[in-house]
Design a protein around this ligand. Structure first.
Ligand code: FMN
Length: 191
């Protein structure tokens, strides 16, 4: 059993980092193997839309996307954790999703694409935003970020099992105890 964390905030120890820390220490308690990918530290160039990944089954640019592909192959649970940026996932996570197209799906003529390397994995989706509840949902802030990650998972054949949404972060210096407990509980439930 291996859990891979995709830390997609530019801040290592922000709210997203704190949630990941809770989950990681819970995993360690249970002797579960984890891998933390702090995406902003990786060299991942933008997708150039060359289309070669469709025939090559992976991106032609072999930068740190290799590490991500390897991590997906050797994982059971993927944790996608992003701040909400402009009512969306962070740019670094979007970049990773774009670069993974050829790796996670196969084109199938006029039919929907076929899920490939990530098929059957489980996922936990996490987002944090400054907009307080319920406006974070009503105005498509957290909802939109979760929806973008859901879309990636749906086409890639990844089963989303849990979600964590932390709104109203502007007033918080640390994540609330309720979120800490929820993060630990979710980690226990997916392993
Ligand atoms: C570039 C940028 C865009 C943001 N866009 C939004 C937004 O659209 N809606 C929102 O509620 N918060 C937005 N925020 C606030 C972050 O989502 C919030 O501060 C979050 O807690 C950051 O998590 P972190 O501390 O892990 O980075 C934005 C922050 C940044 C830096």
């Amino acid at each position: 059993m291996k859990v891979v964390f995709f830390h997609a905030s530019p801040k290592k120890e922000g709210k997203i980092g704190q949630i990941i820390q809770e989950m990681q220490s819970e995993a360690e308690k249970s002797k579960i193997e984890t891998q933390l990918l702090f995406l902003s530290d990786l060299t991942i160039q933008e997708c150039t839309s060359c289309g070669k990944c469709i025939e090559n089954k992976k991106c032609v640019f072999r930068d740190d996307i290799k590490q991500i592909e390897e991590a997906i192959l050797h994982s059971d649970v993927l944790v996608f954790a992003t701040p909400t940026h402009w009512g969306n996932i962070s740019s670094v996570l979007l970049k990773v999703f774009e670069r993974l197209v050829g790796f996670v799906i196969r084109q199938n003529g006029n039919k929907p694409p076929i899920a490939f390397h990530a098929k059957g994995k489980k996922a936990v989706l996490i987002t944090a935003c400054s907009t307080p509840r319920p406006l974070n949902w009503i105005f498509n802030q957290s909802r939109s970020a979760i929806s973008r990650m859901n879309e990636f998972c749906r086409y890639s054949g990844i089963k989303v099992i849990k979600k964590i949404v932390l709104p109203g972060t502007r007033r918080l210096s640390d994540i609330p105890n309720k979120i800490k407990e929820q993060s630990r509980k979710i980690l226990r439930s997916v392993i």
